[in-house]
Design a binder for this molecule. Structure first.
Ligand SMILES: Cc1cc2nc3c(=O)[nH]c(=O)nc-3n(C[C@H](O)[C@H](O)[C@H](O)COP(=O)(O)O)c2cc1C
Length: 240
């Protein structure tokens, strides 16, 4: 592949990845998951400490965990909480606005009204079946590590999602699974010093259903980057 083709191919993998929430039950072989994790392990990490820990679930192991979490969620959701805070309790306006826009697009695409609490809850519950994906990942990190290592972990997880995408597989990262770390600990050898960070669904997209997804737009580069020391930039072709 020539360099321009490679650039286009690589960018299309990055831009083509999205949080897919509709999967077929087509199995993902052990070797494929292993290859994805091996490729992802080339993520950078401060001082190369490689702070990621992954529990890979499929078959009966996954079914047992999904059943237990789903039953727990239905029975006593309020009694479970993540061991870390994902969203700042007082999101600055910029981010609060984007979060609200996410909700509008996400639930709108699924035909769930903003005030339909039951509809929203039913959608959330699908997380605990990994949205029907044949493989679920549970991601943990040693709680003695600092924010820097969480940064490393994020890079690893993005690599996992891109390595899956380039193999024709889709993913959905799932922080909501962290809430059920006590249930997960009943099934998996999660060390006391480890925090459940998130889960991730992995599998083959159900193309017909996935077409219903809400597309999450991104802010333009100018909204988050400032350039310093460049010559005056040439006018960019915006395609309009
Ligand atoms: C760390 C992390 C945790 C997430 N947790 C969930 C989740 O629990 N459930 C879910 O449906 N989506 C979850 N998402 C998906 C986000 O909603 C999604 O990435 C975002 O809306 C941008 O959309 P896109 O990835 O489809 O482009 C999570 C994403 C990240 C990065």
């Amino acid at each position: 592949m020539t360099p321009p083709d490679l650039v286009q191919a690589f960018d299309s993998v990055m831009k083509g990845r999205y949080a897919n929430r509709f999967f077929t039950d087509q199995p993902v072989p052990y070797d494929t998951v292993h290859d994805i994790l091996e490729a992802a392990s080339y993520a950078p990490s401060g001082a190369n400490i490689q702070p990621w820990q992954i529990h890979v679930l499929a078959g009966q192991a996954k079914a047992d965990i999904c059943r237990d979490i789903s039953a727990t969620h239905a029975r006593e959701a309020a009694q479970h909480a993540s061991e870390y805070t994902y969203y700042a309790p007082d999101l600055p306006d910029l981010y609060q606005g984007r979060k609200q826009e996410f909700g509008r697009v996400f639930y709108g695409a699924l035909g769930i009204a903003q005030d339909d609490a039951a509809g929203r809850a039913a959608q959330t519950a699908k997380n605990y079946q990994f949205f029907g994906a044949p493989v679920g990942l549970i991601v943990t990190i040693d709680r003695r590590l600092e924010k820097g290592s969480w940064l490393d972990l994020g890079m690893f997880l993005q690599n996992v999602m891109l390595a899956a995408k380039v193999r024709g597989l889709d993913t959905c990262p799932q922080e909501t699974l962290a809430k059920y770390h006590r249930v997960l600990r009943r099934h998996l050898p999660i060390a006391p010093e480890d925090v459940v960070v998130c889960g991730m669904a992995l599998g083959v997209r159900d193309a017909a259903l996935a077409a219903r997804r809400g597309v999450m737009e991104r802010a333009p580069v100018e909204a988050f980057a400032s350039f310093h020391g460049f010559e005056a930039p040439p006018a960019r072709d915006t395609g309009e």
